[in-house]
Design a protein around this ligand. Structure first.
Ligand SMILES: Nc1ncnc2c1ncn2[C@@H]1O[C@H](COP(=O)(O)OP(=O)(O)OP(=O)(O)O)[C@@H](O)[C@H]1O
Length: 526
């Protein structure tokens, strides 16, 4: 092979290697290695100029690998300014006391001569500098060679295209991120709209709550819903499940207050046949049933301490052992818990575990009381009228402004549940197609009624509770209050012919809470 052919062959090989590089650092590494080998250099460095046009970086150099060329006495600063290649002798390099420059000289084994070559892109912008090191000071023998010029040309071309594709990748990433954000905001907005059909209310706090529910649903975190009784915690918990990617799975609801303590553990964990007397069949627990879905522990504040520790362990590993079983089981569930009790106080009182509280409230949600968001009264009332009409097939048209005015003077100790009861009772007394009027609103606050005959404008307050006329004999307030509660429940059950669901609804209580109270006070079905 002749010399010309050899050079051509080498040139093509080098060019192919350069064009194969897919990142800028790889390209610079390959190019400097090629220049070292082809032209017998002791070292070769490629320094990349950053966007500020002041700092040169070299990833192959040991620390600091960065040259601040803002100081014009720096040899590279001069080069960036003029854009012209130049030689730097060892003697001259000794006089330059820039720390980073001296470390480059050191890393190059103090060569006799340096050739500094600025590289420009097509638009004239300087891309960086090549530093060629050699102990022979004859640079023209190299820089005049067509192979050297060709390599530099190709390197410059590839360098520009690497910068462009890096820029494109960055642009694409930026675009994707903005699209994701947009998409995110759009998804949240749509989901909030869907949720507003069941979790009704235009008030600011309800609007914020819906956005939080959507966010909570999108995560896998444990959710703790807190708020007064009847304010909509159950609706919130269902929202979390239905808007999550577990919506296709089961939602298992456990009311910790309604299941006697002695049964709660076996209900949750399940048991094997013969695990305890009476366990004549194996039974799958609610934890296992919630696999792939959501476990909703309502009234978690009523969970006995011993069970709280067991639940904590389950939450840490999602592993549990049914009563009487040898093997542990796994269940993949998302936990949503709710309570109307102030858990922080329960922690202070020693009736609720602090560590469990933190485990449960990874995503805390608070539902405000209805009296603090009276802006929701109208939408909620119309929502309850719609539900009544759908269920009964007929009902009022709507609600008059006077009736709404009357409602707004009441403070709803039973929250949205109480409003629902009031509206449903009013629906019964309103001719189909009419609007609900104030006269049919039965605004009854049992507890305010004790010893009070207060009347609110436009609405009648009545009490069906036993009159507490003589309180002189009371020596134990707690016992007296419980006796009163039991009497009210007994009364109401009688009134609804023993129908617990109706009695519970009329008292603003969940059915299971009523069942629990019946058990506690030994109130027999009417
Ligand atoms: N924002 C709301 N939108 C529509 N319905 C609601 C809303 N809030 C409450 N409700 C209705 O009010 C009633 C009581 O609500 P829910 O059972 O969710 O209350 P809760 O806070 O879970 O009560 P408890 O503390 O007794 O368990 C239900 O019929 C529910 O559908």
């Amino acid at each position: 092979m002749g010399r010309m052919q050899m050079e051509l062959h080498t040139g093509i090989e080098l060019a192919v290697a350069l064009t194969r590089q897919t990142t800028l650092p790889d390209l610079l590494k390959t190019a400097t290695a090629q220049l070292e080998n082809t032209f017998g250099l002791t070292r070769c460095w490629a320094l990349e100029l950053d966007l500020s046009g002041r700092i040169l970086h070299c990833s192959n150099l040991p620390e600091p690998g960065e040259f601040d060329c803002g100081d014009f006495s720096h040899p590279f600063a001069h080069l960036l300014q003029t854009g012209k290649a130049r030689e730097l002798t060892r003697a001259a390099s000794y006089r330059l006391d820039h720390l980073s420059f001296q470390s480059l000289i050191e890393a190059s084994d103090r060569p006799k001569s340096l050739w500094l070559e600025p590289l420009r892109g097509g638009d004239g912008r300087i891309l960086g500098i090549l530093v060629l090191c050699r102990d022979e000071p004859d640079w023209s023998g190299i820089t005049a060679q067509p192979l050297y010029c060709g390599l530099l040309q190709l390197l410059t071309h590839q360098w520009v295209s690497q910068l462009q594709s890096r820029d494109q990748v960055w642009q694409r990433r930026l675009l994707k991120r903005s699209l994701d954000n947009l998409h995110d905001a759009e998804t949240v907005r749509k989901r909030c709209e869907i949720l507003a059909r069941t979790l009704v209310g235009p008030s600011e706090s309800m609007t914020k709550l819906r956005a939080q529910v959507v966010r909570a649903a999108g995560s896998q975190l444990s959710v703790l819903v807190q708020g007064e009784t009847g304010c909509g915690k159950d609706v919130v918990a269902r929202g979390v499940h239905e808007l999550s990617d577990r919506a296709g799975g089961p939602m298992v609801v456990v009311n910790c207050a309604a299941i006697p303590d002695s049964l709660l553990e076996s209900e949750l964990f399940g048991h094997t046949k013969g695990a305890f007397s009476g366990a004549d069949q194996a039974k799958e627990g609610l934890l296992a049933q919630a696999n792939g879905g959501t476990l909703f522990l309502d009234e978690i504040g009523d969970m006995p301490m011993a069970l709280q520790s067991k639940l904590l362990r389950v939450l840490e590993s999602r592993q549990f052992r049914p009563l009487g079983a040898r093997q542990e089981q796994h269940s993949d569930f998302r936990l949503v818990a709710a309570t109307h009790q102030p858990l922080r106080q329960s922690i202070k009182d020693g009736s609720f575990r602090r560590d469990l509280f933190y485990r449960l409230s990874q995503f805390p949600l608070h539902v405000t009381s209805l009296s603090e968001r009276l802006d929701d009264l109208e939408s909620l009332s119309r929502h309850f009228i719609r539900l009544y009409t759908e269920r009964e097939g007929t009902g009022p048209l709507g609600i008059s402004s006077h009736a709404l005015q009357a409602l707004s003077t009441y403070d709803f100790p039973g929250n949205a549940r109480e409003l629902r009861n009031i509206i449903e009772l009013a629906c019964l007394q309103t001719p189909t197609g009419d609007d609900i009027q104030p006269e049919v609103l039965r605004l009854t606050d049992l507890f305010a009624e004790l010893g009070s005959t207060e009347k609110h404008e436009g609405a009648t307050f009545t009490s069906e509770a036993p009159a507490v006329s003589d309180t002189d004999d009371i020596r134990d307030l707690k016992a007296a209050a419980q006796a009163f509660e039991a009497a009210v429940i007994r009364d109401r059950l009688r009134q609804y012919g023993g129908n617990r669901a109706q009695a519970a609804e009329s008292l603003g209580l969940p059915k299971r809470t009523l069942a629990h109270k019946c058990l506690k006070y030994q109130v027999a079905e009417a």
